[in-house]
Design a protein around this ligand. Structure first.
Ligand code: B16
Ligand code: MG
Length: 214
C-alpha cells in the first residue's frame, strides 16, 4: 500500500493516555447525581465528546437536569479533568509517538490531529509536540461528533488531500467508525476491541512502519 500523504491522529489513547483522567472526572460528576459509573460504562465514552458523554451518563442513571445544571456539570467535570492533567509533559507521550512524528516530518508526510477533545491544543502544547502538526481539528471545530467522519474529513481537506491519501490512527470504536465512514484507512491502536474492526491493528505506534505506506 503506498501513496499516503498525511497521517491523522486521534489524541486520547493514541498520543497520550488520559482516558483514566476522563473516567475519574466523569465518575465524580456522576456521583454528584447519584449515578454509579463503572470503568465498563466509560469504555462507551471513549472518543465521545463532552456533551454527548454527559447525555449518555444521564441516560444511564435515568435522570434529566435543567440546561443550566447541564452546563454546570460540564464545567465541573472539565475542572476535575484539567486539575488531574496539570502535570502532563513529554514523559506522558505513548510509545512510538515521538519517533513517528519525526519520521513523518522527515519524509514530508503531513500530520494532522482529529480529536473530540476541546482541550486538545493545550494538551499538545504540554506534551511538547504541537509544532509537528500541520492542522489541528478538535472538539471546538466540528458540528457532528465522532462517529461522524467530519473531524477527519475537515483534517484531510485542510491539508489538501483526499481521504484515500490519509491514514487515521484511532483507539476508539467511535473513531474507527468515523474513519471508515469517511473513506480513510483506519489503524486501530492499543485497544484489543478494535482488532477485528480497524483495517490494521497495532498494539502501539512502535509497530507502525511508515515506509510501507508513504
Ligand atoms: P474534552 P479523543 C476524547 O478525545 C476522549 O476520548 C473522550 O474521553 C473525551 O470525552 C473527549 O475527547 C472530549 O474531551 O472534555 O477534553 O473536550 O480520543 O477524541 O482525542
Ligand atoms: Mg481516542
Amino acid at each position: 500500500m503506498a501513496n499516503i500523504k498525511a497521517l491523522l491522529f486521534d489524541l486520547d489513547g493514541v498520543i497520550v493516555s488520559t482516558e483514566k483522567n476522563h473516567f475519574i472526572a466523569w465518575r465524580e460528576t456522576a456521583r454528584t447525581l447519584g449515578i454509579s459509573f463503572s470503568e465498563e460504562d466509560n469504555e462507551a465514552l471513549k472518543g465521545v465528546n463532552r456533551v454527548d458523554s454527559l447525555k449518555q451518563i444521564l441516560k444511564l442513571g435515568n435522570k434529566t437536569v435543567s440546561s443550566e445544571a447541564f452546563e454546570s456539570l460540564l464545567v465541573f467535570k472539565n475542572n476535575i479533568y484539567l486539575d488531574s492533567i496539570s502535570t502532563l509533559s513529554e514523559a506522558n507521550l505513548l510509545p512510538g509517538v515521538d519517533a513517528l512524528l519525526r519520521k513523518a516530518q522527515s519524509m514530508g508526510v503531513k500530520i494532522g490531529l482529529g480529536s473530540s477533545s476541546k482541550n486538545a491544543p493545550m494538551i499538545l502544547e504540554r506534551l511538547g509536540i504541537k509544532s509537528f502538526f500541520d492542522v489541528i481539528i478538535d472538539g471546538n471545530g466540528v458540528t457532528h461528533p465522532k462517529p461522524h467522519p467530519e473531524v477527519f474529513l475537515n483534517g484531510a481537506k485542510a491539508l489538501g488531500f483526499h481521504p484515500s491519501e490519509c491514514l487515521v490512527f484511532e483507539d476508539a470504536l467511535s473513531g474507527v467508525t468515523a474513519a471508515k465512514e469517511g473513506g480513510f484507512l483506519s489503524i486501530g491502536v492499543g485497544n484489543p476491541l478494535l482488532q477485528h474492526v480497524a483495517d490494521v491493528y497495532l498494539n502501539n505506534l512502535t509497530e507502525f512502519r511508515l515506509e510501507e505506506y508513504a
